[in-house]
Design a protein. Structure first.
Length: 402
C-alpha cells in the first residue's frame, strides 16, 4: 500500500498502528519532542514545527509533505495538543475528520458543558471563566472540583469543600491567566469509557476502572480492565456515553470518556469527553485483555464502518499501577526476584540514580509504573502487589544526607 497518513504529535502507538494497518506514515511534531526508536524505524519521515498548535504553519508543512509524497488519506492526531490542528487541516484539505467545532467543544470543558446542558441526563451545574469572573461567595451547598478549562493529566485539579477553601483558592490564583471550570464534586468511583466511532456509529471498546489518590488532587494511580461493575450499571454508562457522543457530533476515531458513578443519586455522570485514546496505557490494557487495538480501529474507522463491527471479549484481566515515591534523592533501586514476563508486561522507574524525586502532584510527577496481565482481576492485583513488595529502593531526603 502506498497510501500516506500524517500524524500530528510523536505518538508511538499511533504510528505503529498506522504501519500495521498498511499505511505509510509521516509524523509532524514540535521541535522539542523526542522521537522514539520505534517511530524512527517505521515512519517515512519526521517533520519538525515550532508549535503543533500553530494551525496555519502546520498546514503549510502538510502541503509541503503532499508536494513531496503525493496525496494523503488522513491528517490526524492521538495527542491532546494536536487534535484541533488535525481537524483544522483536514477541513481545509477536505479529508474525513471530526469537525473542528466538535474538537474545540470537547477540549474546552466549558463549551462541552454548554452542549451537554441541553439534555437533562447529561446536565451538570458548572461555572467557568477567569478567576476574576468567579463569585466571591462559594456557589454550592456541596463540595466542588475546580480545574483548568482545557487541562489534562490531573494538572491544576483542586477540591473545594467550603467557603474557606474557596477564598484560599481565589487568593492563590488571583494572578492566573488561565480559564477555569468549577463543578459539583461527585462522590463515587471513577471510570472511563473507551470508544471508536465510524460515520457517527459507536463501538464501546470497554470500561476502565480507575484508582486515584482522592482529595484534594485526584491523581490517577491505577487502572483496571475489565471493570467489575454490575451489568445494569454497565448498560447505563454505555447508553449515557453514546448519547453524549451523538450530542457532540463525534463521527470518527477513538474516544475517551471520563465518568463517575454518583453514589448519592445512584447514576453515572459524565465528567469529560476526549476525541483521542486515553493516556496511562489504557488502550494497551484493553488490547492485553480483549486483543482489540483502539489505535488501529481508530484509523480504520475513517475508511470502513464495518471496522467497528466487533464485540470485545475479555480473555484476561490487566492493570497498571503507578508508583509514587517519597521526595528525595534516589540512591538505589532493584528487584529482589526474577520477573515473570508472562504476567509482568512492563515496568519502569522514571528517575535515574542520583535524581531528585519530586512530590507527586499530578500525572506527570509520578515515579514509575508496572503493568500486569493474568486470568483474573484478583490474580493481577496479587501479582502487582508481589512485584511492588520486591521492588527495593533507597531515597535520602536531601543532598546534605549524602
Amino acid at each position: 500500500m502506498n497510501e500516506y497518513v500524517v500524524i500530528l504529535g510523536a505518538s508511538r502507538y499511533g504510528v505503529e498502528a498506522a504501519f500495521k494497518c498498511g499505511f505509510k506514515t509521516v509524523v509532524v511534531t514540535d521541535r522539542n519532542s523526542s522521537i522514539s526508536t520505534e517511530i524512527s524505524k517505521i515512519a517515512e519521515a519526521v517533520f519538525y514545527v515550532q508549535d503543533i498548535e500553530d494551525k496555519d504553519h502546520v498546514l503549510l508543512t502538510v502541503k509541503k509533505i503532499i508536494n513531496l509524497y503525493g496525496d494523503v488519506e488522513l491528517v490526524l492526531s492521538f495527542t491532546e495538543l494536536g487534535l484541533e490542528t488535525a481537524a483544522y487541516i483536514s477541513e481545509k484539505l477536505n479529508l474525513k475528520t471530526n469537525s473542528l467545532e466538535t474538537v474545540v467543544k470537547t477540549r474546552n470543558k466549558g463549551l462541552m458543558r454548554q452542549v451537554l446542558q441541553t439534555d437533562p441526563e447529561l446536565r451538570l451545574d458548572v461555572i467557568s471563566g477567569k478567576v476574576s469572573s468567579f463569585p466571591r461567595k462559594f456557589p454550592y451547598l456541596r463540595p466542588a472540583i475546580i480545574k483548568p478549562l482545557d487541562g489534562f493529566g490531573s494538572k491544576g485539579v483542586c477540591y473545594i469543600s467550603n467557603q474557606n477553601d474557596w477564598e484560599q483558592w481565589l487568593e492563590a490564583n488571583q494572578d492566573s491567566s488561565n480559564e477555569w471550570i468549577l463543578e459539583p464534586y461527585i462522590n463515587g468511583p471513577e471510570y472511563s469509557v473507551e470508544t471508536v466511532s465510524s460515520n457517527g456509529n459507536h463501538l464501546i471498546l470497554g470500561i476502565t476502572e480507575k484508582q486515584t489518590t482522592g482529595k484534594p488532587n485526584f491523581i490517577e494511580i491505577g487502572h483496571i480492565v475489565p471493570t467489575q461493575l454490575e451489568n445494569d450499571k454497565v448498560e447505563q454508562i454505555e447508553q449515557l456515553t453514546i448519547k453524549a457522543l451523538n450530542l457532540l457530533n463525534i463521527q470518527y476515531g477513538p474516544g475517551h470518556i471520563e465518568i463517575k458513578w454518583d453514589l448519592e443519586e445512584n447514576k453515572p455522570v459524565i465528567i469529560e469527553i476526549h476525541t483521542r485514546p486515553g493516556g496511562d496505557f489504557i488502550p494497551y490494557l484493553h488490547q492485553l485483555s480483549s486483543d482489540l487495538n483502539q489505535y488501529e480501529l481508530g484509523i480504520l474507522s475513517y475508511f470502513d464502518e464495518k471496522s467497528i463491527n466487533v464485540k470485545p471479549i475479555y480473555k484476561r484481566a490487566s492493570l497498571v499501577k503507578f508508583l509514587t515515591f517519597p521526595e528525595g534523592i534516589l540512591q538505589q533501586v532493584s528487584i529482589e526476584k526474577e520477573i515473570n514476563k508472562d504476567y509482568i508486561k512492563d515496568w519502569a522507574v522514571y528517575y535515574k540514580l542520583g535524581d531528585y524525586i519530586r512530590k507527586t502532584t499530578d500525572s506527570y510527577t509520578r515515579s514509575g509504573h508496572v503493568i500486569v496481565s493474568s486470568s483474573t482481576v484478583e490474580e493481577s492485583k496479587r501479582l502487582c502487589d508481589n512485584f511492588i513488595n520486591n521492588l527495593k529502593y533507597k531515597i535520602i531526603k536531601n543532598k546534605e544526607s549524602m
